[in-house]
Write a protein that binds this ligand. Structure first.
Ligand code: ATP
Length: 659
């Protein structure tokens, strides 16, 4: 579904809901359903807001209550203490939520170490600090709570309950529309790449800092707007009611339950959890209500770890076909309230989808990242190699001995400019007390294949990291094609024409092989659209002979194929220089021969190569020059035959290897 179509459907659904709410009495819809729907919409806003950063980009946050609290107190203080109008106060709530998010992001995202649980802990602290600040500040709260005046509203709205429903509906539509748009945009693709592997995403050209900032600011703005409406609905605000851990816990449960990689996941999760919780509260089960709620949620999360929405969307007709008859049947029986009927119909539809899915797994039901990319590229559970993997069965002839099809045509790539391509001048890199590189100077010309060798810990990977911009040198400068790259972010270095592979492959696990490569085309130097990037991706996959696995997920690939995928992804960025960091490590002889042939083809396409490799027979075949590092110092640089006979090299490297 295109973004435009999705937004149109969303607007249509919102309109229908607004009309139903407006005529609820004449239509015989019980008033409490309007109250419940308002709660559902509040949680849809919060879960969707959380999901834009935490679901799409994988930055798990416990700070949602901070946005809710800031939004709520903005409205409470401005309307209750300064007579500011509601529309302006609500907008200020959203703006302050965005500002708080921007400050949090600017601190957290600047420091690469603040990822994973450390980021989660940081966000957990923010609402606590704000709650304490609000409690001690008499101009905001002072620990007494803050009340809001009743808002004025036009007569056509009806009553206050209708007003708050309409406002929640408006902001929920905005939130879901934003999430839908983000998911279909370059921003969404980039966030998903960040989710799967942030370092690889940055190295391919994804501006990770900017994208995370955009995501967190959108999240903060929507969370703040939702919080502002919560204050309007409640008519009073207290720190412990808004800066509460319940908010992040609920939004996390809702998003995880519904599915985090799709905009509709948090909507499904919020609707289900809110209705279930309301029903359990109505049963007056006391604490048993929470126990049952928890048990049901655990059950569904275990049954559908990728989220319920991913399962429901695979069989939409089954979902509707169970939900509607069960709902109508229960209502007509006269034995159930509307709320009971809705809840039981929801549970029936979910259980039906899960059971049928278990009996007959549908394509995309398990491995599809819940619609992260368009269906044409959606991976399938059955998407396994259609040709034998490169690892041969025992006794089979080596690949090189088998009749080989003619190599596929090499896609055109940017030709390296003549002359010096890479210049490393006096580069030193320290890690605390360890000097990984010591005053290294090196020059690589267009068309070369430079072998970078040295004993373990001699600084090879560090040099690759410095060349790709993954870390800055302590001293010295690096230039690519005459442009100084020292201090540039890795995605900017990538745009100067540097691509790399990793010793341990870092594919985007939720994307197909094709989309892994397409990401490099999209975010590389040409900045293509997704559709044309996918076309180009197939050509790059053909270069490494992996096109038959285009629809597989990286999990289905063996090590050799993963390394080939790394190479395809790297050349798809159209680099002038390719850094191969031990791309042949762990491969068997036949796979090594195959990889050597691929590297030759890449080189023939006009890409210069720096290859870190321990296998000297490979370097003898491939390298036009060899550079040797020993304890961070460059000890030899020249023709392979000469360098490998150099007594210093034999002593430092070969001698130690033989030992
Ligand atoms: N991020 C880091 N933090 C601290 N020390 C590091 C870091 N990266 C590398 N080092 C240190 O720098 C030195 C060079 O390491 P590097 O990984 O570059 O060597 P290498 O030649 O690639 O080794 P190998 O062949 O084992 O991969 C080592 O002493 C290593 O412990």
């Amino acid at each position: 579904m295109s973004v435009r179509k999705g937004l149109s459907i969303l607007a249509g659904v919102a309109l229908v809901l607004a009309v139903l709410a407006h005529f609820n009495t004449s239509l015989g819809i019980a008033p409490y359903l309007l109250v419940l729907a308002t709660s559902v919409l509040f949680w849809v806003i919060q879960a969707t807001s959380w999901n834009i950063l935490s679901g799409y980009a994988g930055y798990f946050s416990f700070g949602q209550a901070a946005y809710v609290g800031v939004g709520a107190y903005s409205v409470a203080v401005l309307t209750g203490r300064h007579d500011v109008g509601y529309p302006v106060s609500i907008l200020v709530g959203g703006l302050l939520g965005a500002l708080l998010a921007a400050v949090t992001g600017a601190v957290a995202f600047r420091l690469g170490a603040l990822r994973g649980e450390i980021f989660a802990l940081l966000t957990l602290a923010v609402p606590f600090i704000l709650a304490a600040f609000v409690r001690i500040n008499r101009d905001i709260d002072g620990g007494l709570g803050t009340t809001l005046p009743l808002p004025d509203f036009p007569g056509w709205v009806g009553d206050f309950q209708h007003l708050i429903f309409l406002l929640m509906l408006l902001v929920a539509t905005l939130a879901v529309g934003t999430a839908l748009w983000v998911q279909g945009s370059r921003l969404g693709r980039g966030l998903n790449a960040i989710h799967d592997n942030e370092d690889a995403a940055e190295a391919l050209g994804v501006p990770t800092f900017r994208y995370k900032m955009l995501a967190i600011v959108l999240s903060g703005a929507l969370g703040g707007l939702g919080g502002a409406l919560l204050a309007v609905r409640n008519g009073a605000v207290q720190p412990e009611l808004v800066f509460t851990l319940t908010v992040p816990l609920f939004v996390i449960v809702m998003s995880v339950l519904g599915g985090r990689r799709h905009w509709a996941g948090p909507v499904v999760g919020a609707a289900f959890v809110t209705v279930l919780q309301d029903e359990l509260a109505a049963q007056e089960l006391d604490q048993w209500g929470n126990i049952i709620l928890g048990a049901v949620l655990v059950l569904f999360v275990v049954a559908a770890p990728d989220g319920l929405f991913g399962r429901l969307r695979v069989r939409p007709w089954l979902t509707v076909g169970v939900f509607v008859p069960v709902l109508v049947g229960l209502l007509l029986s006269g034995q159930y309230t509307e709320l009971d009927a809705i809840l039981y119909a929801m549970v029936a539809a979910i259980v039906a989808a899960l059971v049928v899915d278990r009996l007959r797994p549908a394509p995309g039901a398990v491995s599809s990242p819940a619609g992260h990319l368009e269906p044409s590229a959606a991976p399938t559970e059955g998407a396994r190699p259609t040709e034998p993997p490169a690892t041969r069965p025992a006794g089979a002839a080596p690949l090189a001995d088998l009749p080989q099809p003619a190599p596929p045509p090499v896609p055109p790539v940017a030709q390296s400019p003549p002359g010096e391509l890479v210049s490393v001048a006096g580069v030193t890199r320290d890690f605390g007390g360890v000097r990984a590189l010591d005053d290294v100077s090196l020059s690589v010309s267009s068309g070369e294949i430079v072998g970078l060798v040295g004993p373990n810990g001699s600084g090879k990977t560090t040099l690759v990291n410095l060349l790709s911009g993954a870390m800055p040198p302590t001293r010295g400068t690096i230039a690519i094609g005459g442009r100084t790259t020292t201090g540039l972010a890795p995605h900017r270095v990538a745009h100067t024409g540097v691509a790399r592979t990793y010793q341990i492959p870092k594919p985007f696990a939720s994307m197909t092989v094709r989309d892994n490569v397409a990401m490099a085309v999209m975010f590389g130097r040409t900045g293509a659209s997704l559709a044309s990037a996918r076309e180009a991706a197939v050509r790059h996959l053909a270069t490494v002979r992996l096109e038959h696995l285009a629809d597989a997920l990286p999990d289905a690939l063996n090590l050799h194929q993963r390394q080939l995928l790394e190479m395809a992804r790297a050349i798809a960025a159209e680099p002038v220089v390719l850094l191969l960091d031990e791309a042949l490590a762990g491969l068997n002889p036949a796979e090594i021969d195959d990889a050597v042939a691929v590297i030759r083809r890449i080189h023939a396409a006009g890409i210069s190569i720096i290859i870190v490799e321990h296998l000297l027979r490979v370097l003898n075949q491939l390298a036009t020059r060899i550079v040797v590092l020993d304890r961070g110092v460059l000890i030899a640089d020249g023709e392979p035959a000469t360098v490998l006979r150099d007594p210093a090299v034999v002593r430092a490297y070969l001698g130690r290897q033989r030992a």
